[in-house]
Design a binder for this molecule. Structure first.
Ligand code: DX5
Ligand code: ZN
Length: 221
C-alpha cells in the first residue's frame, strides 16, 4: 500500500473549463496537483477530440508542474516531437495505437522526456514486460478511454501485476491509474500498488473553490 506522502495526484484537464484552460491549470497547480494530466484525443484512436501540441505549448507557461501528456492518438509517432517541443515532461502512449511501441518509447526517451505506456482495459499486462526497461510510468486505464465521468473498472489484479513487473527493474517507475478515480475508488487503486492517481471529474466537479479539497480527499482517501 502506497503511503499518503508517496501518493501523487494528477488532475486530468479533460474535465476542466476548456474556455479557460490557462486559468484552470494555474488553479489546480495552486490547489496541490502534483502532475497536470493532459488528455490528447484524436477522434480516431478514441471517440472524442480534445487538444493538440499548440494548446500544450500555450499552457506550458501557466505551471511549472510536470505536464503528464497522455496521447490517445493513432498514429502517435509523427507527433512525439511536437509534444516534446510544446513542453511535455512525460509522454504516455498506447501499444494499441500502432505496431512499434518499443520504438515509440525509445523516441520519447531520445528527446530526454519520461516515457509511459498506457493499456486499455482489455489489453493484457504482459506487453509491459517487454518494454519496462524503457518506461518511467505504467498507466493502467480503469475506464475505456475517451471520456471523463465514467465508472471505475476494478482491474485490481492487473494493477497488482503491473506493480510486480515494475518491481523487477531498478529504476523508478510510476504506477498510474486513470479513470473513475474518486475518494471511494482511490483506496482500491492505492492498495493494489498505484502511486499516481489521475482524476478528472472528482477534482473539477465543484469548480475552482473545490479543487484543493477534492485533491486532498483523493490523496488522503
Ligand atoms: C479518459 C482519460 C482520463 C479521464 C479521467 O480517456 O484518459 O484521464 O480524463 O476522467 P475521470 O477521472 O472523470 O474518469
Ligand atoms: Zn488520461
Amino acid at each position: 500500500m502506497t503511503s499518503i506522502s508517496d501518493i501523487r495526484i494528477a488532475p486530468s484537464i479533460l474535465s476542466a473549463d476548456f474556455a479557460d484552460l490557462g486559468k484552470e491549470v494555474q488553479a489546480i497547480d495552486k490547489a496541490g496537483a502534483d502532475y497536470i494530466h493532459v488528455d490528447v484525443m484524436d477522434g480516431h484512436f478514441v471517440p472524442n477530440i480534445t487538444i493538440g501540441p499548440n494548446v500544450v505549448k500555450a499552457l506550458r507557461p501557466h505551471s511549472a508542474k510536470t505536464f503528464d501528456v497522455h496521447l490517445m492518438i493513432s498514429p502517435v509517432d509523427p507527433y512525439i516531437d511536437a509534444f516534446a517541443d510544446a513542453g511535455a515532461d512525460i509522454i504516455t502512449v498506447h501499444p494499441e495505437a500502432g505496431a512499434h511501441v518499443h520504438r515509440t518509447l525509445q523516441s520519447i526517451r531520445a528527446r530526454g522526456l519520461k516515457a509511459g505506456i498506457s493499456l486499455n482495459p482489455a489489453t493484457p499486462i504482459d506487453i509491459v514486460k517487454n518494454v519496462i526497461d524503457l518506461c518511467d510510468l505504467v498507466l493502467i486505464m480503469t475506464v475505456n478511454p475517451g471520456f471523463g465521468g465514467q465508472s471505475f473498472i476494478p482491474l485490481i489484479d492487473k494493477i497488482r501485476d503491473a506493480k510486480a513487473i515494475i518491481d523487477t527493474v531498478d529504476h523508478p517507475v510510476d504506477l498510474q491509474v486513470d479513470g473513475g478515480i474518486t475518494p471511494e475508488t482511490a483506496p482500491i487503486a492505492k492498495a493494489a500498488g498505484a502511486n499516481v492517481l489521475v482524476a478528472g471529474t472528482a477534482v473539477f466537479r465543484d469548480g475552482p473553490d473545490g479543487y484543493a479539497k477534492n485533491i486532498k480527499a483523493i490523496r488522503e482517501a
